[in-house]
Design a protein around this ligand. Structure first.
Ligand code: CTP
Length: 419
């Protein structure tokens, strides 16, 4: 085996599909045929698969094909076959939603994506999604113009923010004869993605209470102006989402950001450092884990002007006062069982500065960001971090999506629980 092969192999995720219950929602597009192979591969990997199809999907491939491959009855209608004798009218979507460890909607048409984004429940696939308790993966497939349409892209943003996983389509030749984005990825890619989601969402935080802070704080100068910073809140929201998907009871205290709330997350909106301090302290005692991902302003105007400050002089001086250090206060009150995780944004002497913060604030783990790293910019969907614990272990993680960084941080918290 060449070293190249070995590297490729060593980076593969463990196979976790055996024994897992996978709900598959198939909606109507030419690529439905690829899903036959997906079902075969999932079954071969030892998963249980229950297929639901929309009426239009059943125009492309018959339910019988999927039923043969999955060795399960395929559900096409919300209604039972025999309406006269059945007593479980209209509960199939609830049953399958409760049964599933993960749900995959593939191919997901533009129409299905719109349905899910708006909570429509008039077919078996969209209504199952509405009643779902497990992670959801959506694999869009459509023509390039439908893919690029603002309506589709806005709907996908909504779904991502809710905490659903989107497997992006590939670029290539499309059924319409056009070339561009919109092709459903190959079956092996889809199965790998499903496996990846299972690996990243183990149910190991059930019954754990986790509080996460996110975003900037805004410190008012006058009724229209404030001191703030460029934090987008994406890292904290990814942490809240990843923890909720692992079964935790999540409270998210957020500064002003323009992000939708992930599913199953209790969100408390605050504006200033003082308000964030109040909200965090009110919930802190009962938490098993607290993660301070917020970029709290260190200083606020000493006084807030009641009226808008008028332009009068060429220069202006403003007095600032320091805000409460929330993390430090948490560190002082920390119980033995509580896990406290902080962030450190550094521009120089990164490791040394982060280690000082870890110790000074009595933390279990600090997540160090350096402004020097490309891929860790404000507002970016990726991050480059180094994790430092109290034993002096330092792990520099490669550039990865913020969700994956969140998974790594939570893995550390779980390790602490198990010690
Ligand atoms: N933090 C906090 N309250 C503050 C300031 C920071 O809880 N008033 C938290 C942040 O959420 C982060 C950690 O403390 O988890 C470190 O934040 P950072 O801004 O890197 O460090 P500071 O302690 O503010 O120190 P400095 O700005 O001097 O680097």
């Amino acid at each position: 085996m060449t070293s190249g092969h070995w590297m490729a192999f060593s980076f593969r995720l463990p196979h976790m599909l055996a024994g897992k219950n996978i709900a598959l929602g198939v909606t109507g597009g030419i690529s439905v045929y690829k899903m036959c192979t997906v079902v075969r591969l999932l079954k071969k990997a030892g998963a249980n698969v229950r297929v639901m199809m929309t009426q239009s999907a059943a125009e492309f491939v018959t339910p019988l094909t999927f039923s043969t491959l999955s060795q399960e009855e395929v559900v096409v209608s919300l209604w039972p076959e025999n309406k006269k004798t059945s007593t479980n009218l209209g509960v199939k979507h609830i049953d399958i939603g409760l049964w599933a460890d993960v749900m995959l909607v593939a191919p997901a048409t533009a129409n299905t994506i719109a349905y899910i984004a708006h909570g429509n429940a008039d077919n078996i696939v969209s209504s199952t999604v509405l009643a779902l308790r497990c992670p959801l993966i959506i694999a869009p497939a459509m023509d390039v113009d439908m893919w690029e349409n603002r309506a589709t892209q806005d709907n996908l943003t909504t779904l991502r923010e809710r905490g659903y996983f989107i497997l992006p389509p590939e670029s290539g030749e499309l059924a319409s004869g056009l070339t561009g984005m919109g092709r459903l990825p190959e079956p092996e890619t889809i199965v790998d993605f499903v496996n990846g989601v299972i690996v990243k969402t183990p149910q190991d935080l059930k019954k754990k209470k986790i509080l996460v802070t996110a975003g900037p704080t805004h410190e008012p100068i006058d009724p229209v102006r404030y001191i703030g910073n460029r934090s987008s809140g994406k890292m904290g929201f990814a942490l809240a989402n990843a923890a909720a998907l692992r079964g935790a009871d999540v409270t998210l205290v957020s500064g002003p950001v323009s992000l939708g709330t992930p599913n199953n997350v209790k969100r408390i909106d605050v504006e200033t450092a003082e308000e964030m301090y109040g909200a965090v302290m009110a919930y802190a005692k009962k938490q098993d884990v607290i993660i301070m991902a917020a970029a709290v302003a260190d200083y606020a105007p000493a006084e807030q002007a009641k009226q808008k400050i008028k332009k009068q002089h060429a220069t202006m001086t403003m007095e600032l006062r320091s805000t409460p250090d929330i993390l430090r206060a948490l560190g002082e009150k920390k119980t033995k069982k509580q896990i406290l995780i902080g962030f450190a944004l550094e521009t120089e002497n990164e490791l040394a500065n982060a280690k000082i913060k870890l110790q000074k604030k009595n933390l279990d783990l600090i997540v160090m960001n350096s402004t020097k790293d490309k891929g860790a910019a404000f507002g970016s969907d990726t991050n480059v971090v180094t994790l430092i614990d109290t034993k002096g272990n330092v792990s520099a993680l490669p550039k990865m999506p913020k969700f994956d960084v969140a998974v790594e941080i939570l893995n550390r918290a779980v390790k602490e629980f198990n010690r």
